[in-house]
Design a protein around this ligand. Structure first.
Ligand SMILES: *Cc1c(COP(=O)(O)O)cnc(C)c1O
Length: 469
């Protein structure tokens, strides 16, 4: 060992001094085609190098070329849109981690147009006077559900927070013990109530609550009776919850608001497609609830939004609350929501809205598509089989309910000894990510959630991922 090497081995700072220079890495990134502005590129390299330095101080001993590769990958990732197109082949129709509902082409066009162009958002073109931004969706929702008024906000969570803040702050809200639930992502009904300034009064039991339980809890401080749809779980067996109409009658009688949080908010009858009935917005409005809330991007199949419908008296109060301005829907959302609602108004929702196309897809058609994909893959030398599968609704709708489906199964342990996780990863990270699901040593590409137009592309993407092995 030379004297120099001995010094390096004993010097804890030596690996840090061996880190590649910022200038060398920015030059390398440029040669690899980085289009970042100079100052941004330098800052990105410095940040990535700082992470490497921290890792070395924590004991890591990466090779110089590994460091360079990681820094370049981090810098390159800045130029790649992360939210690029993907194919949902999971069989979960409303997939939260894949962005929930994909909107129809017409809806996407309406949203893009509102984004790139000025639109008469709060103007009445006829008289060039100020007009409400909710006019269009209110008119469509009135025609579709019979509601007196409507309002769209950022999402259903915001809709509930706003509604309770406007109607019940400083007062009491009665909720069945079985409905004081957690929706997901930390969204808990008791917490939302607390945040709105209302006090939760729980009634009944986890499995059985009667109208008289609500009645007994109503007092001077009661502002509202809140019904929450148990979206993501089911209690079965010895259960009871009063019908919404009973609660509405009670609310009228005692002069308190009745609010129903539907979550999914279907405008079509899921029973038509062999599923359990999901409560429909028009039924809740028809039953006379003062306020009905639902998401725009669950079973409605539109952009992310929280839709508030119901009686004018309650809606006026909600619209005037300061929070309404803080959580209001933007022009692209409103244009998209209106386009989606128009599909329902024309009676073409099942044919045009991706969520309903997936729910309504005929199993015989799925089988035929699977056979076609299997033979297209076979002609490229890729072994695959068509297998039965079960799709779910997802997005906190219809828990436990499945739809028969068909999947293309890519097996592992084939002659090339390919590994399944590696293939699944290459499919996910490709230019168009393909997200399937792994089940019993097979990668399943469930076709119920894949639009038929994407089948050919899917074949090409699987072939490319196999070629990368
Ligand atoms: C999903 C859901 C929400 C939240 O809706 P977001 O649009 O995700 O904010 C609220 N309430 C119920 C009952 C739900 O199912």
């Amino acid at each position: 060992m030379t004297a120099n090497q001995a010094t390096a081995a004993n010097d804890p700072a030596a690996p840090i001094r061996a880190l590649p220079a910022v200038a060398a890495l920015t030059a390398l990134a440029r040669r690899q085609g980085s289009g970042l502005a100079d100052a941004v590129l330098t800052a990105a390299v410095q940040t990535a190098l700082a992470d490497e330095r921290a890792a070395i101080l924590a004991g890591a001993r990466p090779r110089r070329d590994e460091i360079a590769a990681r820094v370049l990958a981090t810098v390159a990732a800045l130029e790649q849109p992360r939210l690029r197109r993907a194919i949902n082949a999971t069989g979960v129709i409303v997939h939260t981690n894949l962005g929930r509902a994909a909107v129809s082409d017409e809806t996407a066009r309406a949203m893009a147009e509102a984004a790139v162009s000025p639109v008469a958002l709060e103007l009445e073109p006829e008289r060039n006077e100020r007009g409400g931004r909710m006019r269009e969706i209110a008119a469509l929702l009135a025609a579709l559900t019979g509601t007196e008024a409507a309002l769209a906000v950022n999402n259903c969570a915001a809709a509930l927070l706003l509604t309770l803040s406007a109607l019940a702050s400083g007062r009491e809200v009665v909720v069945s013990r079985g409905e004081a639930v957690e929706i997901g992502g930390g969204f808990r009904i008791p917490d939302v109530l607390w945040q709105s300034g209302a006090t939760l009064v729980e009634v009944g039991t986890t499995n059985r609550t009667y109208a008289r339980d609500y009645a007994d809890a109503i007092g001077e401080r009661t502002a509202a009776l809140l019904k929450v749809h148990a979206s993501n779980f089911r209690v079965i067996g010895f259960v009871h919850a009063p019908a919404l109409s009973e609660i509405v009658e009670l609310g009228r009688d005692r002069g308190v608001f009745v609010v129903e949080d539907l979550g999914s908010g279907a405008l079509l009858d899921t029973g038509r497609f062999g599923l359990a009935p999901e409560p429909m917005v028009q039924d809740s409005v028809g039953a006379g609830a003062d306020v009905v809330l639902f998401s725009g991007d669950k079973l409605l199949g539109g952009p992310q939004a929280g839709v508030i419908v119901g009686r004018r008296l309650a809606l006026d109060r909600i619209a005037r609350h300061p929070l309404a301005r803080a959580v209001r829907a933007d022009k692209t959302c409103l244009a998209g929501l209106a386009a989606t609602l128009r599909h329902y108004a024309r009676g073409e929702a099942v044919a045009t809205i991706p969520v309903w196309r997936a729910i309504a897809a005929d199993t015989a058609v799925l089988e035929r598509r699977a056979s076609e994909v299997v033979s297209a893959l076979a002609s490229r030398g890729i072994p695959a089989t068509s297998v039965p599968s079960e799709a779910t609704i997802g997005g906190g709708s219809l828990p436990g309910q499945t739809l028969p489906s068909r999947a293309v199964a890519l097996a592992v342990g084939d002659e090339a000894g390919n590994d399944l996780d590696g293939l699944a990863r290459r499919l996910r990270v490709g230019p168009i990510g393909v997200f399937g699901r792994i089940e019993r040593d097979r990668l399943l590409i469930d076709l119920r959630t894949v639009p038929p137009e994407a089948d050919e592309e899917l074949v090409a993407l699987v072939a490319a991922a196999r070629a990368g092995e």
